[in-house]
Design a protein around this ligand. Structure first.
Ligand code: ADP
Length: 609
């Protein structure tokens, strides 16, 4: 039972509503045809019921000859028979006037909505309680002022208008409302001319003219102009910009300005129509007429007539502006951009890669050059250092002892034993010199370095003995802390001695200008290595220099070669050890090197060096 009731209800809700749509003049007359077309779709959008829209045109409105109207009324009554429409909509003043005129016969109990009409064309006194109006309000002064605003040099406005009763009515109104502007601009009318002559006239207007087209449905020659034919033909020949009242005409020929909006008015009209179909009493719905919508301008006409956008009212909308290249080809542009970007990235990467390679090449070349240079200088430095520090000593000894031997030989009874002893010393010194030279040679012969177990304490002692006099002269206090029973390391005794010598000479040179001058030398065995520490109280090494002192050719001394430390490092590293420098606890520098232990010898005497 409940189910049956709900089926009945939905059937009633779905029942179509019949709407009689009456057009003025005919199906294709602007602006009403625009209103009718859009109103239909707006009605279907807003209506809850399916709509059966039946459309007729009031052809008699063209001429104003109302003699046939009675027959038309009869025809409509016959069409609908005993089932009158649910709603009558009159579009435009002629259609609205017609229904009002024949309201008694035209389904007087059916609600009537008159729309697309100017409020002045409504016969308010004849409105019944079943009638309502959605009207607009024309303000011709605003329209003409718009022309003078965007084209301030305008001297002459030609008003184009037809001769049907509706058009004649408006001619009077336009003239009356624009009267106050006559001091600024001349307004002329073309309604006494057939439209063909209007066209000829419009083609030869003097400079600073504008055309205001109100309507051209019926011209002075009695010719009817459907749709927007009149406007299109006028636009084709006119040598002045054209303005009008309604957005129904806007879209190519008009410059633009404030105009009635078809969409806005239809939305209002459809809303009222739906309320009427829903049963609301028409007489209770009273809407004020709507004014012009915010101004709209056609960009193409603005260009054509050189109208600057700065002249337009601030709330204006500019339509038909051609899309920018970006808007038009957005995806293509994005594609090209992406391709360019990818190409750019690729090029950057290639350039980067190329630079990296060249840099690496330059670096490796410079390293090679440095190495070659180093080899030469290393040899020279090594030799000169050895000659200076080691060979010099025994040679001086040989010279001194030879002089002594000669002196002993010069006496009457030479002391043969004494001379023998001196000569033995000379032979030992010469032997030592030979050893040094072969050691230096061995240093530069690849893989031929002598590697023997050696005691670092002994080497330190030897170097200190060699330098004793120099250190004393330099006022340097020497303190040694050498670990007893130090395990042996393997290496070339001459080279290792060279390292110790270099470090001590450097320390002594560093302390030349400071007080106190203390040199501390320590040897210590740690897990698997022997560490030798040579500490001075000199000025220390700049933080920035500390990483460079082992580089070949780095020197801060006027006559320095910058090779000592680099040779030390290559010797120590060649022996599987490492060498480094640190700042002293209070002042000075601590140089340390470590060499790997090979074996613990029972007696230091058994060591090779
Ligand atoms: P150079 O022959 O120039 O002295 P080295 O390789 O022996 O060459 O030393 C390089 C640089 O390291 C020196 O010029 C000096 O600036 C710094 N240097 C070496 N040893 C010491 C030290 N004990 N105290 C301060 N600076 C040092």
């Amino acid at each position: 039972m409940l189910l049956a009731a709900s089926i009945v209800c939905s059937a009633a809700a779905a029942e179509p509503k019949r709407v009689l749509l009456l057009l003025s003049f005919g199906r294709d007359f602007r602006p009403w045809n625009e209103y009718a077309t859009q109103l239909r779709s707006e009605l279907n959008k807003q209506s809850a019921w399916p709509l059966d829209i039946i459309e007729y045109s009031l052809v008699s409105a063209r001429s104003g000859d109302g003699s046939s109207e009675g027959a038309f009324v009869e025809y409509l009554r016959a069409v609908f028979g005993p089932n009158p429409p649910d709603l009558i909509i009159g579009i435009g003043a002629p259609a609205g006037g017609f229904v009002q005129q024949h309201r008694e016969q035209l389904f007087k109990s059916t609600p009537l909505l008159i729309t697309a009409i100017e409020e002045r064309r409504v016969e308010h006194s004849k409105l019944t309680e079943n009638d309502t109006v959605v009207a607009v309000h024309h303000d011709f002064r605003v329209l003409f002022e718009n022309i003078l605003r965007v084209l301030p040099d305008t001297k002459n406005i030609v008003a184009v208008n037809g001769v049907s009763p509706n058009e004649r009515f408006w001619k009077e109104e336009i003239a009356r409302e624009t009267e106050p502007l006559q001091s600024r601009v001349t307004i002329t009318w073309s309604d006494d001319l057939p439209f063909e002559d209007v066209l000829k006239h419009a083609a030869k207007l003097p400079p600073n003219s504008a055309i205001f087209l109100f309507q051209m449905q019926l011209d002075a020659a009695g010719v009817v102009h459907e749709g927007d034919a009149a406007l299109r033909r006028l636009y084709a020949v006119a040598n002045a910009p054209i303005f009008s009242t309604d957005e129904a005409f806007f879209g190519r020929e008009l410059v633009g300005g404030p105009m009635h909006s078809v969409a806005v008015n239809n939305e209002r009209a459809a809303g009222v129509a739906v309320r009427l179909l829903g049963g609301e009493r028409a007489g209770d719905i009273k809407l004020p007429p709507s004014n012009f919508a915010p101004p709209k301008f056609d960009w193409r006409e603005l260009q054509r007539w050189h109208i600057s956008e700065s002249r337009l009212p601030p709330d204006s909308e500019i339509l038909f502006r051609p899309p920018t290249v970006w808007e038009q080809y957005r995806w293509q542009s994005l594609g090209v951009l992406a391709a360019l970007l990818a190409q750019l990235l690729l090029i950057s990467w290639l350039v980067y890669e190329h630079r990296r390679r060249s840099l690496a090449e330059v670096q490796s070349r410079s390293a090679m050059a440095q190495l070659a240079h180093l080899n030469r200088l290393e040899t020279a430095g090594q030799l000169s250092a050895s000659i200076a520090h080691e060979i010099n000593q025994p040679i001086t000894g040989i010279a001194l002892k030879s002089s002594a031997a000669l002196r002993w030989l010069a006496v009457e009874k030479p002391d043969v034993e004494k001379i023998r002893s001196i000569l033995t010393d000379i032979v030992a010194a010469a032997q030592r010199t030979g050893d040094i030279v072969s050691g230096v040679r061995a240093l530069f012969k690849k893989d031929s370095n002598l590697k023997a177990p050696l005691n670092l304490n002994k080497k330190i002692d030897t170097v200190l003995a060699l330098l004793r006099l120099d250190l004393q002269k330099g006022g340097i206090q020497v303190e040694t802390t050498l670990e007893d029973e130090l395990p042996a390391v393997t290496g070339d005794p001459v080279q290792i001695q060279q390292v110790i010598l270099n470090l001590i000479v450097n320390a002594a040179e560093a302390m030349q200008a400071v007080q106190p001058r203390a040199l501390r030398i320590q040897s210590k065995s740690t897990a698997g290595t022997i560490r030798v520490t040579i500490e001075d109280t000199g000025p220390g090494i700049n933080e920035s220099d500390r990483t460079r002192i082992f580089d070949p050719l780095f020197t801060t001394k006027a006559g320095g070669m910058g090779m000592g430390l680099s040779i030390c490092r290559s010797i120590i590293e060649n022996h599987g050890g490492k060498i480094w420098a640190e700042p002293g606890a209070i002042r000075g520098t601590v140089f340390q090197f470590e060499l790997p232990v090979v074996e613990r010898l029972s007696s230091q005497e058994t060591l090779a060096a």
